[in-house]
Design a protein around this ligand. Structure first.
Ligand SMILES: Cc1cc2nc3c(=O)[nH]c(=O)nc-3n(C[C@H](O)[C@H](O)[C@H](O)COP(=O)(O)O)c2cc1C
Length: 255
């Protein structure tokens, strides 16, 4: 909600088939978003979903009250950041916490609510269930996987924050497995992400149950990735005579 300068640099580094990042939620705050970023985004014919990350339940509630008044289409709560009220652990590391914060936010928010989940847990389906039970409209997964890279000459981590989040193709098989597990457990829609860089990757997620997909890291290498993925999905649909993309959601044939 308030402007944050984020973590000290270096905040990103390359790793095999991926990247590590530790940005620290740098942003210019809600006022800047309302005055500058939102008018820019409104020029495009697309849904606007705002990703929110706060430290305390009260802050999530306060910002959602503001978001209620804006011309946006939905809110995604990133519960992966450490929070003061949960002994410094992310809300998304526990079923109870996810259920509690989702219920609190659901009470005040009059827009579609998506809960973003962390993969740094042992049973992501159970945690996702907490979001569904408390009234979320959807869940998104996966966020980055905790990682670390060392410069052996300097004997120091490459990231100033020492550890960071691994993203990109390196995490894709983990993300596909988690989306598969969550999608078969939940009734609400699943937004899948983690290493998608081509239409083939996107189709994989849809076949295991993702109702929509999202692309992060691939944009660093190719800012046209999303457009290419859309065109590729269309060619896949033509190839297999698929009229509606929903025909393939969750249609993986298990061995
Ligand atoms: C540089 C960077 C910044 C990110 N910032 C956010 C963020 O502000 N909120 C959030 O929910 N996820 C954030 N993520 C996580 C991504 O949205 C995504 O869940 C993750 O990177 C896996 O997808 P990908 O492999 O396509 O990047 C960020 C990822 C990267 C690499």
């Amino acid at each position: 909600m308030k402007a944050k300068s984020g973590n000290k640099p270096p905040r990103i580094c390359e790793t095999p088939s991926g990247m590590l990042s530790s940005i620290g939620f740098q942003n210019q705050g809600i006022e800047y978003f309302i005055e500058t970023e939102l008018p820019f985004l409104e020029k495009f014919d697309t849904a606007i979903i705002v990703n929110v990350c706060e430290n305390k339940v009260e802050d999530y509630i306060e910002i959602c009250k503001i978001l209620n008044t804006l011309p946006i289409d939905g809110v995604e709560l990133n519960l992966a950041s450490p929070n003061i009220e949960n002994k410094g652990l992310p809300f998304a590391s526990s079923y109870e916490e996810v259920k509690k914060i989702t219920a609190n936010v659901r009470e005040v928010l009059n827009k579609p609510l998506i809960i973003k989940l962390t993969p740094n847990v042992s049973n992501i389906s159970k945690i996702a269930k907490g979001a569904e039970e408390a009234g979320a409209d959807g869940v998104s997964l996966i966020n980055t996987i905790l990682g670390m890279k060392i410069d052996i000459e300097k004997r120091r981590p490459l990231l100033a924050n020492n550890t960071g989040g691994l993203s990109g193709p390196a995490i894709r098989p983990i993300a596909v497995r988690m989306v598969y597990e969550v999608a078969k457990t939940l009734k609400i829609p699943v937004l899948g992400m983690g290493g998608i860089a081509s239409y083939e990757d996107a189709i994989e997620f849809m076949l295991v149950g993702a109702n929509a997909i999202s692309i992060g890291s691939a944009n660093f290498a190719n800012p046209y990735t999303s457009i290419e993925v859309i065109k590729g999905i269309e060619s896949y649909m033509r190839k297999y005579n698929i009229e509606n993309i929903n025909e393939i959601i969750g249609q993986v044939i298990l061995n």
